[in-house]
Design a protein around this ligand. Structure first.
Ligand SMILES: Cc1cc2nc3c(=O)[nH]c(=O)nc-3n(C[C@H](O)[C@H](O)[C@H](O)COP(=O)(O)OP(=O)(O)OC[C@H]3O[C@@H](n4cnc5c(N)ncnc54)[C@H](O)[C@@H]3O)c2cc1C
Length: 408
């Protein structure tokens, strides 16, 4: 493995020259938030030697060149909402936070794009687009705090990916600082770009390994005038999940098809202190549809209702959007409130195999005597399984987690 050097006093001095004294942190108290992401546990954290908060791409390029000259590792950091420790500086070195690159540079409603810096929160982009009658279709559940740069670097999925695709489908171009410290732009404001290699797509999902993203050209679409949410409640997991392919092939083009198993429903109810329907026995499928014609949407609701009832649903309700999405989006937070430490598995399988995957996960949970909560994006085959530590002793927990992972 490459042998890296430590950050010397001289390098700290040079970093201060680049970004200014107050944007270079070396004391542990200030560096603590940058030493971990959303995964709890001392083995998942590592303090860097220094955290730097640049404000421009030019400053980032200068930092990268300085790190190269001195053979020091760099980890780019967004909001730190990741669940896989990709922003944790396990080799120490320099953390480059993009939190000060937080401006919306241009909103062009005629050509339907928005240009932003990487430190803007996903939620702010959504709200800015909505205020002008447009939709930014990226919608990870962490959107109120994650940064758009982090969404691009992880190719974040989320609740609208069934219809609109993951983050990579929302991007027209990127500016980034290369590992050599050069500022490069790939793609840009044009919808169509058919020549040459599609290199900027390589950056999307590269988790900071190919460069530091400093500007993002994002697609907007007209905001649908109406949106409806249906909550179909089933008596068991299998009938709930097996209904999903039928909804997907019914020609209603849903925006979201989410599921929550009964333990998740109960846990979210406890966490929110709000009664959720059939929380004692229900398995949820949440379907969101959008469009400009209310009558068409109503017809689609009837189709979805008929499919669900024919597949064994207890009931199908027109859901209060804010209430049902608050419940769906709080799953991880509710799990954390119940058990500070939990292992988070993120599986993707063909849509028809979701039920099998969830059953297997539940079986594994039973075998090892651990509580497993399953929810996720059923419409694109993405299952989130949180394995809760609760009061399992530390040594037993460290035995269980790798053993259970081997079975996948
Ligand atoms: C409650 C909760 C719900 C979540 N829901 C979803 C979901 O629905 N879908 C989903 O996909 N994820 C989800 N996540 C995971 C996480 O929020 C996403 O991966 C998010 O995109 C990370 O963004 P961030 O700004 O926090 O990035 P960070 O966690 O800071 O970094 C993530 C990775 O991106 C790199 N990176 C960050 N910024 C840049 C940059 N400017 N240039 C280059 N590399 C960079 C980092 O080095 C790291 O490798 C969820 C997390 C939580 C806690």
């Amino acid at each position: 493995m490459q042998k890296y050097n430590s950050v010397s006093g001289k390098v700290i001095y040079q970093l201060k020259e680049i970004v200014g004294d107050k944007y270079v942190y070396t004391d542990n108290e200030k560096m603590e938030p940058y030493s971990h992401d959303e995964v709890a546990g001392s083995e998942y954290m590592q303090y860097p030697e220094v955290v730097v908060l640049p404000e421009t791409a030019e400053q980032i390029a200068a930092i990268v060149r300085l790190a190269n000259e001195n053979i020091i590792p760099i980890v780019p950091r967004g909001a730190g909402t990741g669940l896989s420790c990709a922003a944790v500086p396990f080799l120490r070195g320099i953390v480059v936070s993009v939190e000060r690159l937080n401006k919306i540079i241009e909103l062009d409603t005629t050509n339907m794009f928005i240009v932003v810096e990487p430190g803007v929160t996903t939620d702010y982009i959504q709200k800015t687009a909505n205020a002008s009658g447009f939709l930014y279709a990226g919608d990870p559940s962490s959107g109120d705090s994650s940064f758009i740069g982090g969404n691009v670097a992880t190719n974040a999925g989320g609740n609208k990916a069934v219809k609109y695709g993951t983050t990579r489908r929302q991007i027209y171009g990127l500016e980034f600082v290369s590992p050599q410290g050069k500022i490069i732009t790939l793609g840009g404001k044009c919808v169509k770009d058919t020549t040459g290699y599609n290199l900027f797509q390589l950056l999307i999902g590269s988790e900071g390994t190919l460069g530091i993203i400093t500007k993002i050209y994002i697609k907007l679409i007209p905001l649908p005038e109406h949106s409806m949410n249906l909550l179909a409640i089933f008596p068991d997991l299998v009938s709930a999940i097996q209904t999903v392919p039928k909804i997907m092939s019914a020609g209603v083009a849903p925006v979201s098809v989410e599921f929550m198993d009964n333990l998740v429903v109960q846990n979210c109810e406890d966490f929110l202190r709000e009664k959720l329907p059939h929380s004692d026995d229900g398995y949820y499928i949440i379907v969101q549809i959008e469009g400009n014609n209310e009558e068409v949407l109503e017809d689609q609701c009837v189709t979805i209702d008929e499919i669900c009832m024919a597949s064994g649903a207890i009931t199908v309700l027109v859901a209060d959007s804010s209430k049902i999405w608050k419940a769906r989006k709080c799953v991880a937070e509710a799990d954390r409130a119940r058990s500070l430490i939990f292992a988070s598995e993120d599986l993707v399988v063909p849509m028809s195999a979701v039920s099998q995957a969830v059953q297997k996960v539940v079986e594994i949970g039973k075998k090892y005597g651990v509580r497993v909560h399953c929810a996720g994006h059923a419409g694109d085959g993405n299952v989130h399984a949180n394995i809760l530590k609760e009061d399992i002793p530390e040594d037993k927990w460290h035995e269980i987690v790798p053993q259970s992972a081997k079975i996948y």
